[in-house]
Ligand binder design. Structure first.
Ligand SMILES: [Fe+2]
Ligand SMILES: [Fe+2]
Length: 156
């Protein structure tokens, strides 16, 4: 398989993942509105379909992020990168344009998203630090066990 072919497929999988993910959220949003409008049967169809869109999105993720390559640290790091990009680059840029276009509702919503993305990044960072501490604590416990074992052997 040619390299560029692989690249195109990876890009296509990313685009397909984005599309399926969006379909999932959009259908859940539509379902909520259908229920408000009293169309429960349509809401149910949207909810059922949304679930299948999640399965489709996971299928693409499976290829983009093979599970055997995912460690807890790696996943937390990717999440931190994503949230940090959102609140330091993407949303500030969008906010700038929204101000320029005098879209006050968008500015207000973007400000909330900036605050929440930062909160998410902070929570993931705290969890990553906790995981690192747990790992070093575990290493220490193992060291202690090994030492005790060695001491016990010496006494024999
Ligand atoms: Fe789909
Ligand atoms: Fe977020």
């Amino acid at each position: 398989m040619a390299d560029n072919k692989e690249l195109v497929t990876v890009k296509n999988l990313e685009a397909a993942f984005a599309g399926e993910s969006m379909a999932n959220r959009k259908y859940l949003y539509f379902a909520k509105r259908c229920r408000e409008l009293g169309a429960d049967d349509v809401a149910e169809l949207f909810e059922k379909t949304a679930e299948q869109e999640t399965a489709h999105a996971f299928g693409h993720l499976n290829l983009l992020y093979p599970p055997e390559q995912l460690t807890v640290d790696k996943m937390l790091e990717m999440a931190i990168d994503g949230e940090t990009y959102e609140y330091t680059e993407m949303y500030p840029e969008f906010r700038h344009m929204a101000v320029k276009e005098k879209n006050d509702a968008a500015v207000e919503e973007i400000d909330e998203q900036i605050a929440e993305s930062k909160e998410h990044a902070d929570q993931f960072t705290t969890m990553l630090e906790k995981a690192a501490k747990r790992f070093s604590a575990l290493t220490k416990v193992e060291e202690r066990h090994a030492n005790r074992y060695r001491d016990a052997l010496k006494k024999v």
